[in-house]
Design a protein around this ligand. Structure first.
Ligand SMILES: Nc1ncnc2c1ncn2[C@@H]1O[C@H](COP(=O)(O)OP(=O)(O)OP(=O)(O)O)[C@@H](O)[C@H]1O
Ligand SMILES: [Mg+2]
Length: 396
């Protein structure tokens, strides 16, 4: 079983590349699902399917070809399925702020819900061994980062706050209800969160296993897009995920000789050169700009033939390097984290319970420490090329 997650800045071609990859995989004989995690779905459009048929009430996987299914998570349906209790609590709270019912219901779809629903499906498909490969077409970078960090965040919440909150709520609910206007959540709200949590349990291990999951970054040969791709690369590393391919889409083909594009061509050449050195040893693949939209099965097949060599298998595991490792030698304990493109000044480090917390910008990663290091604190840190080496010492 493989999970291939396509992420990148808005509009770079994620959906097209994910769908084209699905086409190639199904042609190689893999039972393939391309699943859209992006709330603004365009997967059906990419396959040029009739949207009135496709955006129907059902959110389950739909066959498009032999061995190829696509799925767009329909959030309204998901609410009915998993979120009713939680959403109605949030709606009730929002209503007390003077919002209309419709507004309150809309607002109750809090960010992260699509991602969470998609993750439940992925987990279910893995457990039931329904597909050989799941290709995830993600929303632009920020949301896909939220997608991959969700299990860690939830896990942390369940471990540290959930039990406490539930106990506290039991005690204060009568008081809170008497005081109004905001009602305390009913205990079933917590029961629901618990069962939701169980549904995604284990998915973090799946995403962190390079034998199962690969992250592929789609980008364009433009400076601003490249910067975002670099940041995404860092953040995925920070979350313990393996990026095994960078795909540069819409590269100007050589046959365009019109001088109008001279400036663009110079820019693209420069950026493409930079990219190779930034992402090495992760391979950078190129897809040319076509003289037409990438649409329907034929268009997607054309893209897949330009992206992959004849017979090339996108499901192959090509990189298995762990983004972080622990070592102990001669009494020196070290944690090594792969952190390309960051400077030491951007990194924050501290210890919390038995976790090492690494911060880059606003993103945070909790690295669970092995027992031998659990009582230690970070003493020194240095950057060795793109590896952050944190030396740990006894707290006393
Ligand atoms: N190599 C290409 N040549 C020409 N057109 C392309 C190419 N790749 C993608 N397109 C077109 O660009 C548009 C945007 O592509 P796509 O929807 O795949 O991007 P996206 O990254 O998924 O966007 P979003 O962030 O909105 O989800 C589509 O109309 C698609 O047909
Ligand atoms: Mg898209």
């Amino acid at each position: 079983m493989r999970i291939l997650l396509y992420s990148g800045k808005g509009g770079v071609g994620k959906t097209s590349v994910a769908a084209a990859t699905g086409v190639r995989l199904s042609e190689l004989g893999y039972k393939t699902l391309v699943m859209s995690v992006d709330p603004a779905h365009s997967l059906g459009d990419s396959f040029d399917l009739d949207s009135t048929l496709f955006h129907g009430a059902t959110a389950d996987a739909k066959p498009v070809r032999d061995k190829l299914w696509i799925q767009e998570v329909n959030i309204q349906r998901e609410i009915k399925r998993h979120w009713n209790e939680i959403a109605s609590y949030i709606t009730a709270v929002l209503r007390t702020t003077g919002l209309s019912d419709v507004e309150a219901e809309e607002m109750a779809i809090f960010p992260g819900m699509e991602e969470l629903s998609a993750m439940m499906y992925v987990n279910q498909y893995i457990r039931e061994k329904q597909f050989d490969v799941i290709v995830l077409d993600c929303a632009p970078t920020a949301e896909s980062l939220r997608f991959v960090s969700l299990p860690t965040t939830l896990d942390w919440y369940m471990k540290h706050l959930f039990k406490l909150e539930r106990r506290v709520m039991k005690a204060v609910r009568p008081v809170m209800n008497a005081m109004g206007p905001i009602e305390a959540p009913p205990d079933s709200y917590f029961g629901n969160i618990q069962s939701l949590f169980e549904k995604i349990q284990g998915i973090d291990k799946v995403l962190e296993d390079p034998q199962i999951s690969s992250i592929r970054l789609v980008t364009n040969a433009e400076k601003m897009v490249l910067r975002e791709t670099q940041r995404a690369f860092v953040y995925f590393c920070l979350h313990g995920l393996t990026v095994d391919q960078v795909i540069v889409n819409r590269v100007l083909p050589d046959e365009i000789t019109d001088h109008f594009f001279d400036g663009w061509r110079t820019t693209q050449r420069g950026i493409l050169g930079e990219m190779e050195s930034y992402f090495a040893p992760v391979p950078v693949s190129r897809v040319p700009l076509f003289n037409h939209e990438v649409l329907g099965y034929a268009g997607l097949k054309e893209l897949s033939d330009r992206l992959y060599a004849a017979g090339e298998d996108p499901a192959q595991v090509t990189r298995t390097e762990k983004p972080y490792t622990f070592s102990a030698s001669e009494g020196r304990y070290e944690v090594r984290l792969r952190m390309p493109f960051v400077s030491k000044a951007e990194i924050g480090l501290f210890k919390k319970a038995d976790e090492l917390v690494v911060e880059v910008g606003t993103l945070r990663r909790h690295v669970g420490l092995p027992t031998s290091m659990a009582a230690m604190v970070p003493a020194k840190a240095r950057l060795e090329h793109d590896i952050l080496v944190v030396e740990m010492r006894s707290a006393t």
